[in-house]
Design a protein around this ligand. Sequence first.
Ligand code: EPZ
Length: 434
Amino acid sequence: MTYVLYIKNIVRMDKAMDKLVIKGGKELFGSVDIGGAKNAAVAILPAAIMASKDICVIENIPQIEDIECEERIIESLGCKITRIKNSVTIDSTSLNNLNANTEDVRKMRASYYLIGALLGRFKKARVELPGGCAIGVRPIDQHIKGFEALGAKVTIEHGTISVEAENLIGTNIYFDVVSVGATINVMLAATLAEGTTVLENAAKEPHVVDVANFLNTMGANIKGAGTDVIKIVGVDQLSGCSYSVIPDQIEAGTYMIAAAACGGDVTVNNVIPKHLESISAKLLEMGAEVIENDDSITVKSAKGLKGVNIKTLPYPGFPTDVQQPMSALLCVANGRSMINESIWESRFKHIDELKKMGAAVKVEGRVAIIDGVERLTGAIVTATDLRAGAAMVIAGLIADGVTEVTNIEHIDRGYPHIENKFKALGADIVRVSY
Ligand code: EPZ
């Protein structure tokens, strides 16, 4: 049976709306520190609730809305959370509620990791179906296939998914599509199953590896994360541990692209250059200078970069999450560029916003054909989703005149202190409440 979920595009209405006002045309200089990886952290926090003894102390957790949202959800299950800056402590020994059904659960995609985590530890969970960015149909059939293969009974009723098993028994699971979410979710449950689980056609993203490393630090026995075959030997219980989340590949890529788009000389600190190879390669192909150091990357660029073709692919291919920021840069590159978005079918909604700024782009299905223009011009535009928001900020930074980016609740879900970081690089950008 195939279950398809349509995501809900929920915007916070409980506080004054903010917008970013950007006066474009400034080159960027200096350095920017990258935070912990959002898409690793939003899986590591649910993984932490699998500890039946001791506390987890997790460092390098980014200060973003999705994390705050997830912390509230985890507290609603009976866990105790304390946060000091980027360090989060989770005591899940008092967890007593297996029913995640607050409004926060519906807001964010990654709340689905609670299913795998609770199923692993308690063999039972009820979780409302998740929200997230409106970038296309976001099925969870591969998650369900994995849970069922481990022996769980899965039902969806009234917008809630329920999973339950007498015992979880390890087995071989072949994923029909390469899915970050399904790989992590089934890995969570299998960690506390009896016997050995082998996940084939698994996702290889850095955040998959980070979650596996975190689980192993808690006492799990997982090998092969980062390849397409992951072997999990089930253990009886997991314990708290200390861990530090990897740097955010997508935040880093966004600042690298902004530096190439605006011109100047920017060092992006606290990164793992290997995770950024597909982005570095494209910037080099466009004519930017990209210098890799041990844990930083410097991007230098002058105007006149040339257009390139991009196809988004699972890691180590070009990340879909960087496609939208990259499209803003390609709007002002010389010649024609083509973007083939192979992961999400609706990840071009931001193109209409770029067109308001003078971009020359034609979207045909999953392909965007971009003819580089000499300049973009400031306009009032909206962030249609998280990475679309980053694209509009980059467009505003390179445009002539003033750009206002509205709906930045989306940006706050995934980019910590974006205006402060760009301001420190010399951009003219302010947050305004209205
Ligand atoms: C994760 O989403 C990320 N989100 C996304 O980042 C990212 O775009 C995506 O992976 C791909 O890299 C989080 O980690 C919270 P998938 P996820 O399962 O796990 C199909 C951002 O901007 N599929 O890897 O939901 C699916 O339709 C966000 O930070 C199935 O068919 O993505 C898609 O085409 C947006 N059945 C492809 O697989 C399934 O059961 C990849 O999806 C699951 C997925």
